[in-house]
Design a protein around this ligand. Structure first.
Ligand SMILES: [Fe+2]
Ligand SMILES: [Fe+2]
Length: 191
């Protein structure tokens, strides 16, 4: 018999899929507009990874004998609304860094659910490797930009995006957090 997803799990995995698609579209558009260089290369790989992740979640859900939900959350749009459109490449990378850290935090929270279904754990493990590299390359690129933009301007920009991130998290991502916490509580009750 196929192991079933609960309504909560199906929503969460569908949410991950939608976010990965939005990420892929965001980075794909950026990659297309880049001039030749290391950032062009890394941004293209980044775009390719996020597209793969969207597929991993799609196929993960399918392994439970169902299909992902169509969700209307446009997380990235909210991000740009709250933080303002990035004005230059440094700001693009700063917003990317903030966003990627939030994704890792969401995945880390969920991966702490005891008795996580092996198909979900397997997908997290595959994705987390890439997500770590995303934080790394963006961090290195920002470091290389210090002589051009100044270290304190970069730090201030990161702080500004962190603030925006907290605001968005409270408004848009609360449902994800509530649902994962529900999952953690449910597991504790039934353990
Ligand atoms: Fe991803
Ligand atoms: Fe990522």
């Amino acid at each position: 018999m196929v192991n079933k997803l609960t309504e909560n799990e199906l929503w969460i995995l569908s949410f991950y899929r939608t976010s990965e698609i939005s990420g892929a579209l965001f980075f794909g558009r950026l990659a297309r507009s880049m001039k030749p260089g290391l950032i062009q290369r890394d941004m293209t790989k980044h775009f390719s990874d996020e597209s793969q992740h969207a597929w991993y979640w799609t196929s993960c859900v399918q392994r439970f004998g169902t299909l992902p939900l169509k969700l209307s959350h446009a997380y990235q749009d909210k991000y740009l609304e709250a933080a303002g459109m990035p004005a230059n490449l440094m700001e693009v990378l700063a917003i990317t860094q903030t966003f990627e850290k939030r994704v890792i935090a969401q995945y880390a929270l969920h991966s702490r659910v005891p008795d996580l279904k092996p198909e979900i754990l397997e997908t997290f493990n595959k994705i987390m490797e890439d997500e770590k590299w995303h934080i790394e390359w963006v961090g290195e690129a920002l470091k290389r930009m210090e002589p051009e933009y100044g270290k304190s301007y970069i730090q201030d920009t990161l702080k500004r995006y962190w603030k925006a991130d907290k605001k968005i998290y409270g408004e848009v991502l609360k449902e994800h957090e509530d649902r994962v916490k529900d999952l953690l509580r449910y597991r504790q009750r039934t353990a």
